[in-house]
Design a protein around this ligand. Structure first.
Ligand code: BES
Ligand code: MN
Ligand code: ZN
Length: 501
């Protein structure tokens, strides 16, 4: 879908439909909604008088223009109470409006920016939210459907009609930023939705290379031999059960100046997690094709940061492999020496994410990053603790955590911190090696994070556990059912936050 910005009167827009809005409690519409109402001969005001249109949050009213406007339909979106309106509501209302109009066959849609007037939002931020909400909400994964069985065609163009010529530049730029981050999120969703038989570790590397080419950044793919020379025995250990070769994918964007922040983004890239010899139950195992959602997030975020030309240095590191059982697979009781030299007793082969991340975190430290953020579908325990609403956050640096939390808030991606007391370390002490890869069921999300902490040294680090948030079991607002692309927009915002030190 193409998104354009024009200066003018939305009542004069030529196309199939226009979107206007109304806050709750408003008796006579103002601004662009008033202009459309006047052209309609007062239909919207009449509907308000009748009590049919109240401007409540979530309300949608379709009015047929019957020749009074150059479009066939007007969709009036309820925005709720002005004091309750937020940037995230601006994304949601944009998504809901366009999903409605797509369903009824509109192809060329005009819209006003929601929330920039009475909503009190900054015009540029509201316009970015409009463009994000539209692209995120209309996303569908259709690769394996021959004809679009739900029948509805895509919306071809969305025209944002801005009344104030002075805001044209800022709104146009904001729409472009929204497009970059939403398309990156959708690219991450595509990777997560892709089945494991096509998205092998090698294919994940190819897709990362393709994203790197489009955003003109460097991409390296280290294969099994190079990994052997690097001593990446934790990653290679997990890969031993699979016929697919593992790889370490490294993207580098050098946008910053010397001495500025250099952020290391690490993403868990298990393209299918069967559990290995400690095999998972069959029920829902298919969901484990999405065990590379962290990888998808860091690849997409790095490419978005480059497309936005943010003045920062980013190195993204993705350890990619399958976790499968076989005669050559890693076994419970095996001991591995990680790239850092630390020895690990593998008590459960299903705790594979922390093994591959151990080597990736150490590799990133060798590349001299100033900050580390890892994103991983790491533990079922995190889903038990926080459900599917919040991602879990764990850190050794309150200052970096605060920036991640602020970045998440601005993105509309909820993140909740969990404790990291040193006492939890006792749970992952091993009798025969330096640490073991599980700490039992109690505090499972925390002991997973504690394990990772052994590989970050004193580098400020935040671990984000997205096991509960990387996929949605039902559609809601700008989030379709399936992959969420969570953390792409948070990581982009974090890059901006880190520049303000
Ligand atoms: N990929 C899983 C975690 C997961 C669970 C992601 C549910 C998404 C939804 C991870 O590799 C895993 O299997 N973790 C184990 C760790 C345990 C063996 C210590 C778990 O959570 O059960
Ligand atoms: Mn596992
Ligand atoms: Zn896993």
């Amino acid at each position: 879908m193409d998104i354009r910005v024009v200066v003018g009167d939305v009542a004069k827009f030529r196309g199939d439909a226009v979107v206007v809005n109304l806050f709750e409690g408003v008796k006579a519409p103002g601004g662009a909604t008033a202009a459309v109402d006047a052209a309609l001969g007062g239909t919207i005001r009449k509907l308000i008088q009748l009590g049919e249109v109240r401007g409540k949050w979530g309300e949608q009213t379709l009015v047929h223009a019957l020749g009074k406007l150059p479009v066939d339909r007007v969709l009036v979106m309820g925005l709720g109470k002005p004091e309750d309106f937020t940037l995230d509501r601006a994304r949601i209302v944009s998504a809901e409006a366009l999903k409605h109009l797509r369903k009824i066959g509109a192809r060329r849609v005009g819209t006003i920016v929601h929330g920039a007037g009475a909503g009190g939002l900054n015009a540029a931020q509201a316009a970015q939210a409009l463009s994000e909400g539209a692209l995120l909400g209309l996303y569908r994964f259709t690769r394996y459907k021959r004809n679009n069985d739900n029948g509805n065609k895509e919306i071809e163009t969305l025209t944002v009609v801005e009344r104030d010529r002075l805001k044209l530049r800022a709104v146009t730029e904001a729409v472009r930023r929204g497009r970059i981050v939403a398309e990156a999120t959708n690219a991450a969703r595509d990777l997560v939705n892709e089945p494991g038989n096509t998205l092998t570790p090698t294919e994940l590397g190819r897709r990362a290379r393709e994203a790197a080419r489009r955003s003109r950044i460097r991409c390296q793919m280290l294969g099994p031999q190079q990994l052997g020379r690097l001593g990446a025995r934790a990653l290679l250990g997990v890969a031993r059960g699979s016929q697919e070769p593992p790889c370490l994918i490294v993207l580098e964007y050098r946008g910053g100046r010397r001495g500025g922040p250099h952020i290391g983004l690490i993403g868990k890239g298990i393209t299918f997690d069967s559990g290995g010899i400690s095999i998972k139950p069959a029920e829902n195992m298919e969901a484990m094709k999405g065990d590379m959602a962290g990888a998808a997030a860091v690849i997409a975020a790095t490419s978005a940061i480059a497309l936005l030309s943010l003045p920062i240095h980013v190195t993204a590191v993705v350890p990619a492999t399958e976790n499968l059982p076989s005669g050559s697979a890693l076994k419970p009781g095996d001991v591995l020496r990680a790239m850092s030299g630390k020895t690990i007793e593998v008590v459960n082969t299903d705790a594979e994410g922390r093994l591959v991340l151990a080597d990736a975190l150490h590799y990133a430290r060798n590349r001299k990053v100033s900050h580390l953020v890892d994103v991983a579908t790491l533990t079922g325990a995190c889903v038990v603790a926080l459900g599917t609403l919040n991602s879990g956050a764990f850190t050794n640096s309150q200052a970096l955590l605060d920036k991640v939390l602020a970045a998440g808030r601005a993105a509309g991606e909820k993140i909740w911190p969990l404790p990291m007391d040193p006492e939890y370390d006792d749970l992952i002490k091993s009798d025969i090696a330096e640490i073991k890869n599980t700490g039992g069921r109690k505090g499972g999300a925390i002991t997973g994070a504690k394990f990772l902490q052994h590989f970050v040294g004193d580098t400020p680090w935040v671990h984000l556990d997205i096991a509960g948030t990387s996929e949605a079991d039902k559609e809601k607002g700008y989030q379709p059912k399936g992959a969420t692309g969570v953390m792409v927009r948070t990581l982009v915002n974090l890059a901006v936050e880190l520049l303000s030190d």
